[in-house]
Design a protein around this ligand. Structure first.
Ligand code: FE2
Length: 282
């Protein structure tokens, strides 16, 4: 999702690594799993932070038009984001719960992968509540709440995507080896963070490149990635979960190859098949 992010060597380059700690100290919290079911208290945001949210929201809304999948737009509508101020996690969590039964868990930043998997398995999505500095509107080294809330959350209101995401968490929680975790990290990268959709992804005769839309959060939350991912510079391949699980990616540069699903039905059913084959799901 974010280039130039420093990843500890030997660690999996997935969402959990990208939730790096912000440079500014923020409130400490107990373990993420310990906060399940607890009230999420919002911090006091300065006007400058509300203005940062408003500017990020405005830029994204302008550029997403016609480029993002319809499921994302439906989720954004359902969650009723404020456009001019930082939203409260508890407010969005309640809307999310009503849609698919998922909830938000507030986290400081980095979440160890095993905890991350278990949170998803419990239909909890970890979100930060810090927002980037105004000087980082174009790029931030650590994903902030704009990435979490405007990148990830809308799709979790979609029942099919949410079902895939739950299965992903269950498979992750069942993973026992570093190799299994690495497979899951690659699948996450090329779907949840950098996934594209085209209804004719598997039918070259009918595939229209102009019909490709974005659903990956790493793209959706970055103006530069939105433009780049849909350009002809990026090669588009049809989704193949077996191949993706083996595909090593480079986090330090923009992607040169991305994968298109035909639908979230395909994403879920293919992931479940793959995970069952690997005995990560029953
Ligand atoms: Fe992310």
């Amino acid at each position: 999702m974010l280039r130039n992010t420093v990843i500890p060597s030997g660690k999996l380059s997935t969402e959990v690594e990208f939730k790096a700690r912000p440079s500014e100290p923020i409130r400490k919290s107990p373990s993420p799993e310990g906060t399940i079911g607890k009230e999420i208290l919002p911090p006091e945001y300065a006007q400058e932070q509300h203005d940062t949210w408003a500017e990020l929201y405005r830029r994204q809304a302008n550029i997403l038009e016609g480029r993002v999948c319809s499921e994302y737009l439906a989720g954004r509508e359902l969650l009723k984001y404020p456009s001019g101020r930082v939203p409260e996690l508890s407010y969005l969590s309640e809307h999310l719960r009503q849609a698919t039964g998922w909830r938000i868990i507030r986290v400081e930043g980095y979440v160890p992968e095993k905890i991350f998997f278990r949170l998803l398995a419990n239909k909890c999505f970890p979100c930060t509540d810090f927002i980037r500095h105004p000087s980082e509107l174009e790029y931030t080294p650590a994903p902030d709440m704009f990435h979490d809330l405007m990148g990830h959350l809308p799709l979790i209101t979609n029942s099919r995507f949410a079902s895939f995401f739950h299965a992903y968490g269950l498979a992750g929680a069942a993973a026992k080896t570093d190799e299994e975790v690495a497979w899951l990290g690659r699948i996450y990268w090329f779907t949840v963070e950098f996934g594209l959709m085209n209804k004719n992804a598997h039918n070259p005769s009918f595939r229209n490149p102009d019909e490709t839309t974005i659903y990956g959060a790493g793209i959706v939350s970055s103006v530069g990635e939105i433009i780049h991912s849909l350009s002809s510079v990026v090669k588009k391949e049809p989704f193949n979960v077996d191949a993706i699980s083996q595909r090593v990616f480079d986090i330090h540069h923009m992607q040169d190859t991305l994968f298109e699903i035909a639908s979230f039905d395909e994403l879920e059913s293919e992931f479940r098949r793959w995970a069952s084959d690997k005995t990560l799901l029953v």
